[in-house]
Design a binder for this molecule. Structure first.
Ligand code: AP5
Ligand code: MG
Length: 192
């Protein structure tokens, strides 16, 4: 199995590059942000809980997030046979440890962590631009600032976690979408 974690700050290009990864490697794409937004749209109990966190730019609690991910993996086991792209998960050290355990229980592990590295001013620029069109409740300046703060405090430390595991591939996330994907492909092919 080829299991890819696509990692980076809000606006780094995780979703954009996941689309490229899907068409090249035929993997199941799990975006935890998309799963939560879908629940918000459908007005589920989970959606109501998630909305309160997302609109403030805060993370959904780890135990809830881990159980959501486990149920998506079980529901989509058939589609995940070749492997999975984890987009937006893990976001904390406890989530990374839980993912390791979950995959080990399924006889597999994370193959490579693609870390999209993008300067903060560019992140803000991209998200504000998308905010004009997307209707995403968290694409406004105040929430963007809090998402970036949360990223620095809770998510960025995962880089060292995965560097220590020997599977972190740093990718310069500035440039054209195609150019960045060429670098991602090289990094993935080197690890698979
Ligand atoms: P999530 O949906 O994961 O959002 P995010 O991490 O804030 O990141 P984005 O989706 O905004 O950015 P992206 O990196 O995917 O970039 P994209 O390709 O879209 O999470 C949302 C919320 O859900 C969280 O804040 C949290 O509340 C909750 N949540 C989700 N997962 C969770 C978890 N595991 N635990 C707890 N809570 C969780 O690109 C951004 C824009 O830039 C686009 O408009 C794109 O067209 C453009 N762009 C992309 N690449 C380039 C490029 N090379 N040059 C110029 N523009 C580009
Ligand atoms: Mg995204």
């Amino acid at each position: 199995m080829l299991n890819i974690v696509i990692f980076g700050a809000p606006g780094a290009g995780k979703g954009t590059q996941s689309d490229n990864l899907i068409s090249t490697y035929h993997l199941l794409h799990i975006s935890t942000g998309d799963v939560l937004r879908d629940n918000i749209r459908r007005g589920t109990e989970l959606g109501k809980t998630a909305d309160a966190f997302i609109s403030k730019g805060q993370l959904i609690p780890d135990d809830l997030m881990v159980s959501i991910l486990a149920s998506v993996l079980d529901e989509k086991a058939e589609e995940a046979k070749e492997g999975v792209i984890f987009d937006g998960f893990p976001r904390t050290i406890p989530q990374a440890k839980a993912l390791k355990k979950m995959l080990a229980e399924r006889g597999t592990g994370v193959t490579v962590v693609v870390g999209l590295e993008v300067p903060e001013d560019e992140l803000v620029k991209r998200l504000l631009k998308r905010g004009q069109e997307s209707g995403r409740s968290d694409d406004n300046l105040e929430t963007i600032k809090s998402r970036l703060q949360v990223y620095h405090n809770q998510t960025a430390p995962l880089k060292d976690f995965y560097v220590a595991e020997g599977i972190y591939a740093a990718i310069n996330g500035l440039g054209t979408i195609e150019g960045i994907f060429a670098d991602i492909k090289k990094a993935v092919d080197a690890k698979k």
